[in-house]
Design a protein. Structure first.
Length: 118
């Protein structure tokens, strides 16, 4: 079993910054990727940033240049630095890790609320 824990959410003004942290622990053998998703009220969960084992990093178009994912492979952590925040960034942010052994397994954190005020 793998546990995923997020922290760092909160309230920030437009143009401000927040840093979210994610730590995965447990039976982790090989990590395919770690990622951050978000879900705003009434919307589907969407990918924000993804850091793959092959070194490829992917961002949603709406966050490019403002949000940065920092991955520590040895510690199985993935932080999300959020700068120049906009009200549209308001959502619950979820950390996601995919690990693989005989097959691929997906694990999610409980989510952390980020609210950007105008």
């Amino acid at each position: 079993q793998v546990q995923v824990t997020e922290s760092g959410g909160g309230l920030v003004q437009t143009g401000g910054s927040l840093r979210l942290s994610c730590a995965a622990s447990g039976n982790i053998y090989s990590v395919n990727y770690m990622a951050w998703y978000r879900q705003a009220p009434g919307n589907e969960r969407e990918l924000v940033a993804k850091s793959a084992a092959n070194g490829i990093i992917t961002y949603a178009d709406s966050v490019k240049g403002r949000l940065t994912i920092f991955r520590d492979i040895a510690k199985n952590t993935a932080d999300l630095q959020m700068n120049s925040q906009e009200p549209a960034d308001t959502a619950v942010y979820y950390c996601h890790i995919q690990v693989y052994g005989s097959m691929r397994y997906n694990y999610w954190g409980q989510g952390t609320q980020v609210t950007v005020s105008t």
